[in-house]
Ligand binder design. Structure first.
Ligand code: 9MR
Length: 341
């Protein structure tokens, strides 16, 4: 049985995929066999959808309605549609992977170009969200079932300072969700997505700053727990967060799961497998106890040698269920096993 078959009774199973696998038939067959959800690892982020050339060439024309291009995402959408695979839309509004010129007056590219004013940036945000959502709803109906409307807006000091807070202001999250709700045809749930959601201060801060105000206006449908774990992450705290968000009138999705591990030895991969098993035990139990409306689990990568962690941590990581040859590791069987208990 595959991952998606084993967990069909519980939630969708997904993986983030990079662009190059779209040309790799054996990998595409593997995805269709194991998963019923995919996320573009990078291609649905603003830096890949915004049409840099058009906007910067005709800044007056596009000032309040940025030009967007879909050539990078169409191949993913087509593959998903053809294979009956759902997609998480990642991500509409983010401080990262959104070019600085997008926030600049007249889309100017210089590093110190003055920023656009609030009204202009609100118009650009609305237009971007409308254009992207409308396109996928009309051209690829039924494929995207969840949108990460805003990603990673909370830090220890409160709301993260970014070009979004610097232009629109402190209400940029609320504004983004209002636009997403306005242009959604209801086929996709609207998510707030963040990392380190297992930290006690962060789960509270996300509720206070983000979820509570959004819930008051009925603007949010789900909480995305990214779930980039290490071998040391406190899984009891993780479970508390899962149940904390689960107690809210929201879906919960695990959106970017991996467990950083630098030691490929057999014992270490066995410990990794045990950790995945403990985590999936929690997830299945939360679902069975109705402690969380957990609707999907997505791994952040297909196989160890495609993981972002190796570059980010500057040390080779073996964090996923499949090795460099796409061969299932012990962790894969441990995850399958957790579904059968
Ligand atoms: O995996 C993505 C990596 O290829 C990019 O270089 C990186 C740049 O921001 O983004 C990675 O994906 C991130 C995701 O979009 C949001 N949460 C954290 C992920 C890992 O950095």
């Amino acid at each position: 049985m595959s991952l998606k078959e084993s967990y069909q009774f519980c939630f969708k199973m997904g993986a983030a995929i990079p662009r190059h696998v779209l040309k790799d038939e054996p990998v595409l067959r593997h995805i269709a066999q194991e998963y019923d959800s995919i996320t573009c690892e990078n291609d649905m982020k603003p830096e890949n959808l915004l049409d840099a050339e058009a906007n910067r060439k005709e800044p007056e024309r596009y000032d309040r309605s940025p030009a967007v291009t879909f050539e990078k995402i169409d191949p993913y959408m087509e593959y998903a549609k053809k294979n009956g695979i759902g997609m998480r839309g990642h991500t509409l509004v983010w401080h990262n992977q959104t070019p600085r010129w997008f926030f600049a007056k007249d889309y100017r590219n210089e590093e110190d170009a003055p920023l656009a004013d609030r009204e202009t940036m609100l118009a650009r945000m609305e237009s971007y969200i409308r254009t992207v959502m409308t396109y996928v709803q009309q051209k690829w109906p039924g494929v995207i079932y969840a949108w990460d409307v805003v990603n990673e807006a909370v830090v220890e000091e409160g709301l993260r300072e970014s070009f979004w807070t610097g232009t629109v202001g402190q209400d940029f999250v609320l504004q983004a969700f209002r636009f997403a709700r306005k242009y959604s045809d209801g086929s996709a749930a609207l998510f707030y997505n963040d990392y380190d959601t297992f930290l006690p201060w962060k789960r509270e801060a996300i509720y206070d700053l983000i979820l509570r105000p959004l819930l008051e206006e009925g603007l949010v449908d789900g909480m995305g727990m990214q779930t980039h774990l290490t071998m040391e992450t406190d899984l009891d705290e993780y479970e508390k967060s899962l149940r904390y968000y689960g107690a809210l009138p929201l879906q919960v999705q695990i959106t970017e799961l991996d467990i950083h591990n630098t030691d490929p030895s057999e014992e270490s991969m066995e410990r990794l497998a045990q950790r995945y098993e403990s985590l999936f035990d929690q997830l299945v139990k939360a679902r069975k106890d109705k402690a969380a409306d957990l609707t999907g689990v997505t791994f952040w990568g297909l196989q160890d040698d495609m993981s972002w962690l190796t570059a980010f941590r500057k040390e080779r990581s073996y964090p996923l269920l499949f090795d460099g040859q796409l061969k299932p590791k012990k962790a894969y069987y441990a995850v399958l096993g957790a579904a059968e208990k």
